[in-house]
Design a protein around this ligand. Structure first.
Ligand code: ATP
Ligand code: MG
Length: 567
């Protein structure tokens, strides 16, 4: 194993390797003892759980060490970018619980400065205009073991380069006709040093700068310098940027001095089982209508997870569990789901809902009688109180909770057997009513009036406890039962399959006519979190209407996939 902690100061314990580097730099007084990070999303899609990992790092480390974190939109490609994404990105970061304190910047803010730097590099003989096509340039790149070939345009005069670059920006040439390249080393062992492209012509209006520019900087020419212009000290990104780091440093050195220089540090990206994280693929799912939008509760987007009922805490806890290393990993989605259950268990209000209702009549309970029983809101939370739920002669139970011919050790309801109705009485099954096809339509029971929960008789024990709702008081609602979006553990690894073939056909089931207790109907505001007892965690969806409340199932109470895999 390689040592992860490349630090001189190992006294500070309990820090991840990035925090350790930052702690060391601060201790050494680098950059005047400042810490400034940035989160640099490209506004070309919605943020996903992978971005959440970067956000927790960038904002989290600034918080931890008393620094600041900028939000910088990396808007260097107007073709794919849009303000819709800018707005969504802001909302998602806030929802996760972070704030950039007014330091919202755009790479496009620096277009003038970047252009000036490009002019300077041309004047110093460090950049040239290449008239070749991108195919020709690619063909000359060489391979990691063989040097590339120099462009025939590499030795143009400064005057000619200046003239052509200025005319590129004036819009005199077509897209693809010319690029500006850094003149570095076509034989470098680092492919990124082989005269990388600095600017390309794009004639699409930009969402902020309109038609001011006809040339746009490449990521590598924009990122490090943007960090520098903003005073970023630690530019934390993911491992795929390791080979870009020398180029980052090469450009930044053109600006920085010994008093301040930004530094790039890379950690491993988040990859999740049963999930695709590529923005391009997520956009495809949205555009082709394979999901209901970026915030479809099955999407790995932050807004999808929010709509599904995940909490910011559960996402942050998951991210801190998996941690930050220098090694690529595939993390199990079960770990995320575990974190969601753990957090909801602490915070979700317990309620009764019957998903697949079967009518049950308590024949010895007076027809005109009703009573209110007290239901605990959350046994995990002291002082969370109770709410009352009506009980009456006719109730609904879950169809699965009754069996006419049960196997041994069946602790739910069956003929001549007793169960407790949660929060109410012990009942005994006395018979059933069937339709012409033999399907059970109703179950008949008697109740033992001395066994009401909370009263002395309630000490009597029976093996099973069922959830229920009073038929007369129940409100009809709809449940959307979500499951994993992909049925393949690692869709990204199946290179020769179209990722759309790997979608889980059962990732959404809509169940109408579920029966919910009145308290739940009254409190079904979007954002509220509920545990449907014995079933799972649910949250009301914004698609609900006055006469049809729609609940998203956030997650089942138990991990049925793991169980299925163990069998
Ligand atoms: P693109 O392919 O469009 O570049 P991207 O996912 O890298 O997609 P960016 O908007 O550039 O999107 O990402 C912003 C930041 O989030 C970057 O610093 C990137 O390293 C980080 N990031 C993106 N995906 C992940 C991931 N799966 N895990 C951790 N960090 C990520
Ligand atoms: Mg990126």
């Amino acid at each position: 194993m390689v040592e992860i902690n490349d630090t001189e100061n190992s006294e500070v314990k309990g820090l991840n390797f990035v925090e350790q580097i930052v702690a060391d730099d601060l201790a050494a007084g680098k950059n005047g003892g400042r810490l400034n990070t940035r989160f640099p999303p490209e506004p070309n899609g919605y943020l996903h759980i992978g971005h959440a990992k970067a956000i927790c790092m960038d904002f989290g480390i600034a918080e931890k060490f008393g620094g600041t974190c900028n939000l910088r939109f990396d808007d260097t490609n107007p073709v794919k970018e849009d303000v819709e994404y800018v707005d969504a990105i802001r909302d998602d970061i806030h929802w996760l619980g972070f704030d950039w304190g007014g330091r919202e910047y755009y790479a496009s803010d620096y277009f003038p400065k970047l252009y000036d730097l490009a002019i300077r590099l041309i004047k110093e003989g460090k950049a040239y205009v290449d008239d070749q096509t991108s195919e020709e340039i690619a063909a000359q790149k060489g391979t990691p073991t063989t040097p590339g070939t120099e462009s025939p345009y590499r030795n143009r005069t400064v005057q000619e380069n200046l003239d052509l670059f200025e005319r590129m920006n004036k819009g005199e040439f077509d897209e693809g006709a010319r690029v500006l390249r850094a003149k570095i080393d076509m034989a470098s062992s680092n492919m990124h040093f082989r005269d990388p492209i600095m600017y390309r012509i794009i004639k699409h209006p930009h969402h902020r700068t309109g038609t001011t520019w006809n040339v746009y900087p490449m990521y590598d020419f924009a990122h490090g310098q943007s960090d520098y212009f903003e005073g970023v000290t630690h530019s934390i990104c993911t491992l795929e940027f390791v080979p870009h780091r020398p180029l980052y440093e090469y450009y930044v050195k053109e600006l920085a001095d010994e008093t301040y220089c930004p530094r790039q540090i890379e950690f491993n990206r988040l990859n999740l089982t049963y999930t695709v994280m590529s923005k391009r693929k997520l956009l495809q799912l949205v555009k082709e209508g394979l999901v209901a939008g970026w915030d479809d509760p099955r999407m790995p987007t932050i807004c999808g997870m929010r709509r599904r009922g995940y909490t910011p805490e559960s996402i942050k806890n998951f991210i801190s569990t998996i941690g930050y290393t220098k090694y690529e990993a595939l993390n199990s989605i079960s770990l995320l789901e575990h974190a969601v259950r753990e957090d909801l268990n602490k915070h979700a209000t317990r309620v009764m809902a019957v998903i697949n209702p079967l009518k049950l009549v308590i024949t010895n309970y007076p027809e005109d009688q009703e009573e209110m029983v007290a239901m605990e809101n959350n046994p995990e939370q002291e002082n969370s109180g109770t709410h009352s739920m009506p009980f009456s002669r006719e109730i609904y139970i879950e169809r699965d909770d009754f069996m006419e011919n049960p196997p041994k050790k069946y602790f739910r309801l069956a003929p001549d057997c007793e169960v407790r109705l949660k929060g109410a009485y012990i009942i005994k099954c006395t018979g059933v009513k069937k339709d012409a096809d033999g399907n059970i339509e109703e179950v008949y029971c008697t109740y033992d009036a001395d066994t009401r929960s909370g009263l002395p008789g309630s000490a009597r024990k029976v093996k099973g406890t069922l959830h229920w709702v009073s038929a007369k008081h129940a409100v009809d609602a709809t449940a959307r039962i979500y499951d994993r979006l992909f049925e393949v553990e690692n869709p990204a690894a199946e290179a020769d399959r179209d990722f759309r073939e790997m979608l889980n056909p059962d990732s959404l089931k809509v169940i109408t006519g579920i029966k919910i207790e009145p308290y739940l109907a009254e409190n079904a505001a979007v954002g509220n979190k509920f545990q449907f007892q014995r079933i799972g965690y649910f949250t009301p969806d914004y698609d609900s209407s006055a006469d049809n409340i729609i609940f998203n199932r956030t997650i089942a109470l138990k991990d049925s996939w793991e169980k299925a895999q163990k069998k």
